[in-house]
Design a protein around this ligand. Structure first.
Ligand SMILES: Nc1ncnc2c1ncn2[C@@H]1O[C@H](COP(=O)(O)OP(=O)(O)OP(=O)(O)O)[C@@H](O)[C@H]1O
Ligand SMILES: [Mg+2]
Length: 259
């Protein structure tokens, strides 16, 4: 954390501090006016997001609004390609990094398709992720939060139910040194009781200081979990505020979220 007296933006304060530690703000995470392209297609058209450590942000918007693309740009995938803007996580400039460097710096994207590795057990899936950097949660700590995975540790990962696969995908992210968890539609296709189980886990990991951005079509569930909300519309930010403001605004929900 920065102790700079300048408050919000420290990027121009060339003071006596070490340049390596310079950060665009004292926020834990900040994406500042990011623009990203698939080839020539200009999709993420100037998105800014800010989070303090341990906060949850719901990133919402209609189908095609650019939610997945924004998450991928933040995770520094090549597709879409980030062409403008800054991304800072815990004082580190992610906009200068490739996807594997961003992952080592603490960004973990759990994509919609979950990507469980075929032919590996639950435990092997977790261990393989852990080997990648060796600084994440120990396996027993993970099982403490995911009792269903503990019971199925020897089961082939791809034979898990949808909800269990989602838990495994989150568990894998925790087995790395995750600082910012990016969840793309974690509740998709899951029964309400399983959604509740995952919500409980996300609250527990929030208490442990994990910062999360959640993209969800189940808008009400995401807003009940989240502190903050951002609504995207055609690659632009249409609203930034608290989750409660969106829950309380019929106009916002009707105009951008169709609920
Ligand atoms: N690989 C790609 N190449 C070109 N355009 C793409 C690519 N992937 C997505 N797009 C376009 O980018 C826009 C935003 O898509 P994105 O998947 O980010 O939306 P989304 O908000 O996640 O939608 P959904 O709610 O349906 O998941 C869409 O118009 C989509 O067609
Ligand atoms: Mg999407």
């Amino acid at each position: 954390m920065s102790n700079n007296a300048s408050g919000d933006t420290a990027v121009e304060s060339a003071g006596g501090g070490s340049p390596a530690k310079q950060t665009s703000s004292d926020r834990f995470f900040r994406a500042k006016d990011i623009h990203a392209y698939y080839g020539e297609s200009y999709i993420v058209q100037g998105v800014s997001l800010e989070l303090n450590k341990g906060e949850i942000l719901a990133l919402l918007g209609r189908n095609g609004a650019g939610k997945t693309s924004a998450l991928r740009a933040i995770a520094r995938t090549d597709d879409p390609m980030l062409k403008q803007g800054e991304i800072w996580l815990d004082g580190q400039p992610l906009h200068n990094m490739k996807v594997h460097e961003a992952a080592l710096s603490g960004i973990q994207l759990v994509p919609e398709d979950r990507r469980i590795i075929e032919g590996l057990t639950v435990e092997e899936n977790i261990q393989l992720a852990r080997v990648a950097d060796g600084h994440g949660w120990e396996i027993e700590k993970i099982y403490g939060h995911f009792p269903r995975l503990a019971e199925r540790r020897k089961q082939d990962g791809v034979t898990l139910s949808g909800g269990e696969q989602q838990m495994l995908a989150i568990a894998r992210a925790l087995s790395r040194d995750v600082k910012l968890l990016l969840l793309d539609e974690p509740y998709e296709g899951l029964a309400p009781v399983i959604v509740e189980e995952i919500e409980k886990i996300l609250k527990e990991i929030k208490e442990l200081g994990i910062t999360t951005i959640i993209v969800e079509q189940n808008v009400v569930a995401a807003l009940k979990l989240a502190d903050k909300a951002v609504i995207l519309d055609t690659g632009l930010v249409a609203f930034t505020g608290t989750a409660k403001e969106v829950l309380d605004s019929e106009e916002l929900r009707h105009e951008y979220l169709m609920i």
